[in-house]
Design a protein around this ligand. Structure first.
Ligand SMILES: [Cu+2]
Length: 501
């Protein structure tokens, strides 16, 4: 069905609704999702930002931590909600995320530094008119968004041009949760005439940081505190700017009503003055000292022509392709070889981490487009932003306790350094959250402590049942063979030349 705009294409909904309502839960709840796949292809669900400690098989990344849910079958996710904060659930198979299989997940905590406030939720999405397959095939010949390919904005499930109003009660303090569920669009959010302080990014609480507006890359979340006016004399507007990085001429400006009283006039004065938003300046409430890495791994992302004739995305010259055996089963069934990155196949682009290793990933982008890079299984420290073309100085946290988050902007001609400790055994995927880049191959396997995974208790039988139902092997290397024999898998195509976009 056509959600917004002029294009007619498939949208994936849930329970016969194209708009999937937010899920609101309390920390320590058990989230049970009884999923029935009515599609004619496999699907899976991922809670973005959840670390799935001990339950990595529920992470949902297709052919990484298990198989997708077979068509016309059912699968139950049981996820203990250990992390409070603002998250979202989305499809992690095929292109189901950009086809609309996505919803906010708010995990509240009854006691906490910012608990007890009234809450509002503003969820952003974009909707491309062109069918997903067409966009994916057109790939990468012209990645710069053109007018015909620029999406419409969606705010709280509705056309952003008629954005939902936010209702405020005078004198109250509000926590406004912001979720960017878009694939390619950045969103800035601001409210006219109100002071606003960031208190959360990506499920990590922060010291209150006054800002003029909040910037959300695709897949990022934030919470802001706002104090409602003492009287209902005026109504106000909130502002949402939807754009690509770098910005192009199609940037869209949306606004909605911040309403105190139905009949009050709209305040037209200037916005508040506050610092610009920059996530590296945020200080987490729960401080973890700067990690001193034992190893720094450089990851260069980009796009290029490959020897198979296609233009695809890569990390370190490898364009990701899913293996024949889910990587988790490879880790569980190959013994000591599970620590050899080659066992995960020529296109898994595996980085094997030792248990509790302190690691730095230095992500480098020589291209002119931005990539929202996301790592499953961790909230990582953001320790440095800088430019690869030497145009600007580097930015580092102003404190010894860097902000942590799960998605970071790798800007045009920029690098970003992130650090984390390998304390969460699992087969995690690191990927660009722009759907087109992700499925173009800008993705890699972070095989974290496979030897620890081999010691963990058995998985629920429902995990392997989904594989066997679809004829997918659950043992052996990426090709389903013994040792490093990759017969049956295509060899990784070689990068011929980089393309500039
Ligand atoms: Cu990207």
């Amino acid at each position: 069905m056509d959600r917004v705009g002029s294009g007619i294409r498939r949208a994936i909904g849930v329970n016969r609704s194209a708009v999937i309502p937010p899920i609101v839960a309390t920390v320590d709840d058990m989230l049970v999702i009884n999923a029935k796949n009515s599609l004619d292809e496999g699907t899976s669900l991922h809670i973005h930002g959840y670390i799935y400690n001990g339950t990595s098989y529920f992470d949902g990344a297709q052919m990484v931590c298990g198989c997708s849910i077979a068509p016309k079958s059912t699968f139950t996710y049981e996820i203990p909600l250990k992390q409070a904060g603002t998250f979202w659930i989305h499809g992690h198979s095929n292109h189901h995320n950009v086809e609309g299989l996505r919803a906010p997940l708010v995990v509240q905590t009854p006691v906490g530094p910012y608990s007890g406030r009234k809450e509002l939720l503003v969820a952003f999405e974009e909707w491309f008119a062109a069918p997903v397959a067409m966009r994916a095939n057109a790939t990468f010949a012209k990645l710069n968004p053109k007018a015909t390919d620029f999406p419409d904005g969606i705010i709280n499930g509705a056309d952003a041009r008629q954005a939902a109003k936010l209702q405020l009660i005078p004198g109250q303090e509000y926590r406004v949760r912001l979720v960017n569920m878009a694939s390619a669009m950045w969103f800035d959010f601001a409210i006219d005439g109100h002071d606003m302080s960031v208190i959360e990014v990506d499920g990590i609480l922060t010291e209150p940081a006054p800002v003029r507006s909040v910037r959300l890359a695709p897949a990022q979340r934030a919470s802001v505190l706002i104090r409602a006016k003492p009287t209902a004399a005026w109504n106000y507007r909130y502002r949402a700017k939807m754009y690509t990085l770098p910005e192009c001429a199609n940037t869209r400006y949306y606004s909605g009503s911040v309403e105190y009283a139905a009949t009050a006039p709209v305040f037209g004065g200037p916005s508040v003055s506050a610092p610009e938003f920059n996530d590296i300046n945020l200080v987490p409430l729960i401080r973890e000292p700067l990690i001193v890495p034992e190893r720094s791994v450089r990851l260069e992302v980009g796009a290029g022509k490959f020897s198979n004739g296609l233009t695809m995305h890569y990390i370190n010259n490898i364009t990701y392709a899913i293996p024949k055996v889910p990587s988790l089963y490879t880790a569980l069934t190959t013994g000591a070889l599970a620590r050899d990155p080659r066992v995960y196949g020529p296109q898994s682009n595996a980085l094997v981490l030792r248990s509790f290793e302190k690691i730095e990933l230095l992500m480098v982008n020589y291209g002119p487009l931005a990539h929202p890079m996301h790592l499953h299984g961790h909230a990582f420290q953001v320790v440095e932003y800088g430019f690869t073309n030497g145009t600007k100085t580097v930015e580092r946290p102003r404190t010894p306790w860097p902000i942590r988050r799960d998605t970071v902007t790798l800007g045009p001609f920029q690098y970003v350094a992130i650090r984390f400790q390998a304390d969460n055994p699992g087969m995690w995927i690191l990927h660009c959250h722009n759907d087109r880049d992700h499925y173009g191959g800008m993705s890699m396997l972070v095989a974290e402590a496979p030897e620890m995974l081999q010691l963990t208790p058995d998985m629920p039988p429902s995990i392997s049942n989904q594989c066997t139902r679809q004829g997918i092997k659950i043992s052996g290397n990426a090709a389903g063979n013994d040792g490093l024999d990759m017969r049956g898998l295509p060899p990784a195509p070689a990068l011929i030349n980089r393309v500039s976009h």
